[in-house]
Design a protein. Structure first.
Length: 280
């Protein structure tokens, strides 16, 4: 079975494709680069609406390569991912598209024959792309069904629920992050963590689940998928996030809130699915 990765050109997603390639070989990586939805000024205003002025200032500092924020971010990526986040392995055949649902993606999948489609960080994958795959796996930053959609790490923190920050590897389906689950892992949350450091940990953990699943499939083992009960959680979308919540999250990262949250969470760990066991 051929392996195809669907990603965007971002550090943790490059790591995902490179790690899978190193373990099993990737036959095609599809890189989604959506067309800009607004002018440069419009994008800045949209970012300020979502994250607030302080969030914009933090982002500028992180992107400034010679400044402390940028250096700290690169050091974090190095610690978590080694060198595999820096660029896509040039040995992997690649296709750059505006959308992972582009007709050319469908044609390339059809030519490859039996394929496993692995998605991390793109827009929603739809038919007929799904119809070309023998197996699909999506890496989702969130423990489904408790947290589905976008910014699941942030929403878990807003709800004082650090025990249920984690990653889900599930089959792609018409339900957003609602496909049957192959495996999950909880984040090891510490008082020094940030949303960014937690999400990078989730990519690392989710990638290892995918690598393990592909190895089992190659050995002839059937991967057991567990259906979700979507009534047990929430589905969040981009428009539910606001600059007020963004500022709240920044304060939480600065003022020791996470340490207090770990001592007194809103609830304990909810059942999750292991790749090799029943929900626990």
């Amino acid at each position: 079975m051929k392996v195809v990765c669907l990603i965007r050109d971002e550090p943790p997603l490059r790591y995902f494709a490179n790690r899978v390639h190193a373990a099993h070989g990737v036959d095609l990586v599809v890189v989604e680069e959506p067309a800009p939805r607004s002018s440069g000024t419009g994008r800045v205003l949209e970012y300020v609406r979502r994250e607030g002025a302080r969030g914009l200032a933090d982002q500028v500092r992180v992107r400034a390569g010679g400044r402390r924020g940028g250096a700290g971010r690169r050091a974090m990526l190095d610690r978590r991912f080694g060198d595999l986040w820096r660029r896509l392995d040039p040995d992997i055949p690649s296709l750059v598209v505006r959308s992972v649902n582009d007709d050319e993606v469908v044609r390339r999948l059809r030519r490859l024959g039996r394929v496993a489609v692995l998605d991390h960080g793109t827009s929603v994958v739809r038919e007929p792309v799904l119809g070309q795959a023998e197996m699909t796996l999506n890496v989702h930053w969130g423990l489904s069904p408790y947290y589905r959609g976008v910014r699941c790490t942030e929403w878990a923190l807003v709800m004082w629920d650090p025990a249920n920050i984690g990653v889900t590897v599930h089959a792609l389906s018409r339900e957003i992050d609602g496909g049957a689950i192959a495996g999950q892992a909880r984040a090891a949350v510490t008082s020094d963590d940030t949303v960014r450091s937690l999400d990078m940990q989730l990519t690392y953990l989710g990638t290892e689940i995918v690598v393990d699943a592909l190895g089992r499939a190659a050995a002839g083992e059937e991967i057991r998928f567990v259906e979700q009960d979507l009534s047990k959680g929430i589905l969040t979308c981009s428009r539910q996030w606001s600059s007020l919540l963004g500022r709240h999250m920044q304060r939480m990262e600065r003022d020791g809130t996470l340490a207090r949250m770990l001592r007194s969470p809103s609830r304990g760990p909810q059942p999750i699915v292991s790749l090799t066991s029943t929900p626990a």
